[in-house]
Design a protein around this ligand. Structure first.
Ligand code: NAG
Ligand code: NAG
Ligand code: NAG
Length: 410
């Protein structure tokens, strides 16, 4: 354990070698040489413009030169050497030579060389990377509306990207996970065609929803290239019955409307009355049930069945005809007012009970007090009196004393 094993020593040595080699090759080592030209690598999208700049810290008036990937001289100082109008002089000074390449093509990618004709010649290389801009994504796979609960498989493709683009799927703002991108390439074409597949089980809330496929690529700003596909979902109707008015009155003309929220719209409606026939003065007219003249005998629960070919839904409505004066014919509708009556009666009873209770308390106190007074009288008179007669006289004479005692009891 004290000595590192031979392989690990070898590994360390090779790592050091790599680091040393990297340091030697980096421009930093030559920074001390003021005549060494300095360049930078550039990345540009197809169709874009790139500026290649070559600088030296000091000049001895030797000429600077740019040459292309095929070692052809593009500019020698300010003299154009290759007839290509896409390549123009940007700046030429004793310490700088900059050129522009516009309408960049994929074939422009590679290593460009800047040279300065000192003794010996010094050079610097600049790598131009050309990005293949992906085409607008195309979504395929959705032709006809799909029934709720069914599966939809969409395919999104984007051509011409380099490096391969990444495709993303969204429903609204929510990102969906598709199958991993399939990347295609052919010989002699540096770009890629990318495709992604997304499978969805659709619900009724997906009807008219947009599914987006967006291209993610270094040559594009987010959201630059995207396509949308609207979904169409078929689903059975959810039925609601809407009355013409909330207070249908006897003798009035009236109708109920059956609203079937489905895709497609319902095509057939069936009206029914629960526990009975439709009234003779009513007429089913598609989504409407029309009453010529309302009658209290029309009261009851009405049903509407709507069918759109995908399925059917049912809704119900309880008709309660008010009489012409506005009172409901239904006895159960009376319950709120009789409820009020009960409350009034209850209150009155409570008040009476309360009064009775108060009276009982007052009476009780009065009785207790009277009994007390009587007992005191008897004790006083009998204690002092030598006989019963005197005791009675004494007791009568002590009445005023009893009056005083009364005050204490109250
Ligand atoms: C470079 O050229 C300019 C004018 O042509 C001259 O003034 C200057 O002295 C030269 N510099 C060197 C280092 O030869
Ligand atoms: C990409 O698709 C286009 C059009 O479909 C086709 O012409 C091209 O050869 C494809 N390229 C690759 C790399 O598959
Ligand atoms: C309601 O119908 C009954 C019998 O069906 C009828 O006798 C009555 O006159 C009708 N009331 C009104 C207001 O039409």
């Amino acid at each position: 354990m004290a000595f590192p094993s031979a392989p690990s020593v070898l590994w360390s040595v090779s790592l050091l070698t790599v680091l040393f080699a990297a340091a030697v090759h980096s421009n930093i080592v030559f920074d001390d040489d003021p005549l060494q030209p300095v360049t930078s690598d550039e990345t540009v999208s197809v169709g874009g413009t790139v500026i290649l700049t070559c600088r030296v810290a000091e000049s001895d008036n030797s000429s600077l030169q740019w040459s292309n990937t095929a070692q052809q001289t593009l500019y020698f100082g300010e003299k154009r050497a290759l007839r290509d109008n896409r390549i123009q002089l940007h700046r030429s000074t004793p310490t700088e030579l900059s050129i522009t390449i516009s309408d960049v093509q994929l074939s422009d990618e590679g290593e460009y060389t800047c040279s300065i004709f000192t003794m010996p010649v010094r050079t610097a290389r600049a790598t131009v990377t050309v990005l293949g801009v992906p085409g607008k994504p195309q979504i395929s796979g959705f032709e006809n509306a799909v029934q709720e609960g069914g599966k939809v498989t969409l395919t999104c493709t984007s051509t011409g990207s380099k490096p391969p683009a990444k495709l993303r799927w969204y429903r609204g703002d929510q990102e969906l996970v598709g199958r991993p991108d399939v990347v295609e390439s052919v010989p002699d074409d540096p770009t890629y065609n990318v495709s992604s597949e997304l499978t969805l089980v659709v619900s009724r809330s997906d009807d008219n929803n947009l599914i987006t496929c967006a291209v993610d690529h270094p040559s594009l700003a987010p959201g630059d290239k995207r396509s949308e596909q609207a979904l169409r979902v078929l689903y059975s109707p959810v039925v609601e019955i809407q009355p013409e008015s909330d207070l249908p009155r006897e003798g009035e003309k009236f109708h109920l409307q059956c609203i079937g929220n489905g895709n497609p719209e319902p095509t057939s409606y069936i009206w029914e009355k629960k526990d009975g026939e439709l009234p003779p003065l009513s007429k089913a007219d598609g989504a409407y049930l029309r009453f010529e003249m309302l009658n209290k005998s029309d009261n009851g629960v009405y049903l509407c069945h709507a069918d759109n070919g995908i399925g059917n839904g049912q809704g119900e409505y309880t008709l309660l005809v008010q009489d012409a004066a506005g009172n409901s014919a239904d006895p159960t509708a009376m319950s709120p007012s009789s409820g009020v009556d009960h409350a009034v009666i209850g209150g009155v009873v409570a008040v009476i009970v309360f009064i009775l209770l108060c009276l009982l308390i007052v009476l009780g106190r009065y009785l207790i007090r009277h009994k007390g007074t009587y007992l005191t009288h008897e004790a006083k008179g009998s204690d002092d009196a030598p006989d019963a007669d005197t005791a009675i006289i004494n007791a009568e004479g002590g009445h005023s004393g009893a009056e005083d005692k009364k005050e204490y009891f109250i």
